[in-house]
Design a protein around this ligand. Structure first.
Ligand SMILES: Cc1cc2nc3c(=O)[nH]c(=O)nc-3n(C[C@H](O)[C@H](O)[C@H](O)COP(=O)(O)O)c2cc1C
Length: 386
């Protein structure tokens, strides 16, 4: 997350010190470290193992809180066993691992698209050793992926968008609602597979969803353990991002100054009444109120296979959005399964007419916004086990 000038003015109330920072050219300090985004160039040119090449692209998948909870075991020839990295879970906001498993789906989709680009067909067996318990994530392979050389395998044009895909966590232009033709073009990337895709720019529905989203964000912030979970994975400033290229990153001159002045610390970020705590609220209110359209993906069941399919479907839409110049941003608070959110979730499901028992797997904002840079990634070696 890069501090925008708008955020700076709002949270700092026009603080002379912070504004002086930009005036003296400090807006150039605290840039995203190059090492943290090197992965967006794709595999190194000397990598010829097709699995590592495809994994290098798959690392660029979206994941909740950018936790990148993937382990790829390459101990058998020509195949990968994908596991959840169970040291990288979010038990407070994702108590059943549903979102983490969606993040396995986003990864598998990019893996397959990238393998095709190199002329390999992926044969994917989900949960080959069982372990697809819907209530907890266990350390058994999510998928075994065989790489089969196949010169006839069709390439996917969405491959070209992998380096350009973003989660754009910023206010969107309210004067430009995504046109129906654009939403129709976006929907062309959707492979049904039992997943219902809905999108709306209807002002009344959007207003309701903005309101519910704002209130859900406040519940997350005002519930100490769910807020703490985010704060625990905050990376404040370039040095922390370089050391841990994952989690929720804050960089740019405003954060640099706030951190240096002791205004932005982990302790302050969880303490009501501080500028750091209020800044988090203002930031979320800013984007939540500037949303011209929403979309969501719903499944009838909520088995691990449904969640993986939803992740695959989501990232295809996210790639297509990049192609169309549309900004997209998952907003998951309303979908989360902890008790304090239950009433709000019921209100949300009723507002969008979700059939009883069905599960909204992804809710996302859609619109137009200034381009944002790529988010940090660990190097591919961090997830590969030989
Ligand atoms: C299942 C899932 C849920 C997500 N929920 C949220 C969310 O509630 N809020 C948010 O800002 N981003 C959310 N994201 C997006 C991630 O934060 C994002 O993918 C990550 O920070 C990496 O950024 P990138 O997608 O731009 O590469 C979610 C992603 C996934 C896969």
């Amino acid at each position: 997350m890069k501090a925008s000038r708008r955020l700076l003015l709002r949270t700092a109330g026009g603080s002379a010190v912070l504004l002086a920072g930009s005036a003296f050219g400090l807006s150039r300090c605290d840039r995203m470290p190059a090492s943290a985004v090197a992965g967006w160039q794709g595999p190194a040119p000397d990598v010829d193992d097709p699995r590592i090449r495809a994994l290098s692209w798959a690392m660029l998948a979206p994941s909740p809180h950018n936790m990148q909870s993937w382990i790829a075991a390459i101990d058998q020839a020509e195949s990968i066993a994908l596991h959840v990295d169970t040291t990288r879970l979010l038990p407070e906001t994702d108590p059943f691992g549903r979102q983490t498993v969606i993040g396995q789906g986003t990864f598998l989709e990019l893996l397959e698209i990238a393998a095709r680009e190199d002329g390999y067909r992926c044969e994917i067996a989900l949960y080959p050793d069982g372990g697809d318990d819907a209530l907890s994530v266990v350390d058994r392979p999510v998928a075994r992926v065989a790489f089969v050389r196949d010169p006839d395998v069709p390439k996917d044009p969405l491959f070209a968008q992998i380096p350009h895909r973003r989660s754009t966590k910023e206010p969107y232009n309210l004067d430009r609602r995504p046109e129906d033709t654009v939403l129709t073009a976006l929907a062309q990337a959707h492979v049904d597979g039992g997943i219902d895709l809905q999108m709306t720019g209807n002002p009344a529905v959007v207003e309701t969803l903005m309101d519910l989203t704002r209130r859900a964000v406040m519940i997350e912030i005002e519930t100490p353990r769910t807020l703490q979970e985010s704060i625990d994975v905050l990376r404040i400033g370039a040095d922390e991002i370089a050391a841990n290229p994952d989690g929720i990153e804050l960089h740019g001159p405003m954060f640099w100054w706030m951190h240096r002045l002791g205004v932005m610390t982990r302790e302050k970020a969880v303490t009501p009444g501080t500028m750091a705590y209020q800044g988090g609220i203002d930031y979320a209110a800013g984007w939540a109120s500037a949303t011209p359209a929403f979309g969501w993906l719903t499944t009838a069941g909520n088995a691990r296979a449904d969640q993986i399919a939803a992740g695959r479907a989501y990232v295809r839409l996210n790639l297509k959005a990049a192609e169309l110049g549309l900004a997209m941003h998952p907003v998951s608070q309303l979908l989360q399964e902890y008790p304090e959110m239950a009433d709000m979730q019921r209100a949300f499901l009723a507002a969008i007419g979700t059939p009883p028992g069905h599960t909204v797997q992804m809710l996302f904002r859609l619109g137009y916004a200034d381009p944002v840079g790529p988010s940090p990634r660990r190097p591919v070696d961090a997830i590969v086990r030989g």
